[in-house]
Design a binder for this molecule. Sequence first.
Ligand code: BTN
Length: 281
Amino acid sequence: MLGTESLRENERCPGAEARLNALFTDPALSARVYGLVGSTNELLKPLARDGAPEGTLLVADRQTAGKGTRGRSFYSPKASGLYLSLLLRPRLTLAEVTLITPLAAVAVAEALSGFGIADARIKWVNDIYLHGRKVCGILAENQLGPVGEDALPTVSSVVLGIGINLVPPEGGFPEEIRAVAGTVFPDALPTPDAAERMAAAIANRFMARYRTLPNTAFLAEYRARSLLTGHDVLLMRPEGPVRVHATGIDDHAGLIVRHPDGHTETITCGDVSVRPADPVH
Ligand code: BTN
């Protein structure tokens, strides 16, 4: 996909890096492109600790240990998807930093629009769906710094990981995810350089939106694309699933739900896993 097929683990591809760097519109963005890595998020963390600047972007064609949310893995086969991690050093409170994941979801949806795919939906909080199938997942991991004036830890950096399924993998998706996983381009890439252009579009869109934080104007787009709003969902609580009705997204990107007895509750990112109760399209 990125012209990196012959590379060894953690080996960089200067040609692909030069091509990708030429597509960036935000001056902070600087890419390192790999063929094969364990996990771009894990590869970026030591660079973050060693002082790499905001905007450092790792991109890989394949991951052997792709990480998903809640300790799950993220299937990252070769020649199929785009796996990227962006280093951020936000000057934001811990509460404001939680906006980064929904903002990234909006950036991915907008990047897809640039490829003529206007109907991407966002499944709260961090998944992108196309025609009822998940095509992208987002995993933001915070590195905490000293406690700030508000008695909460500061955030020294965020590793923002985005995995996007571009074309079907050789042999199809594994059984466990076959019913849910989908691809942005079900047949083939529209152009040979589409993977690079997609990586650049996501990074450029994200940085443009990120520079407006903690402004939450992006939530209008998030709400317009929200897959769960208006549907029954299951809150996967430790004591068992609870069926509620999703009524909207609040001003902190929380999911507002109504219980059968009529009382409402706002689910905060990371609180609880949420699934559609019935198939939603
Ligand atoms: C999810 O769907 O649960 C989140 C998936 C996040 C996957 C991306 S791929 C690039 C980055 N590196 C990882 O190991 N994970 C994220």
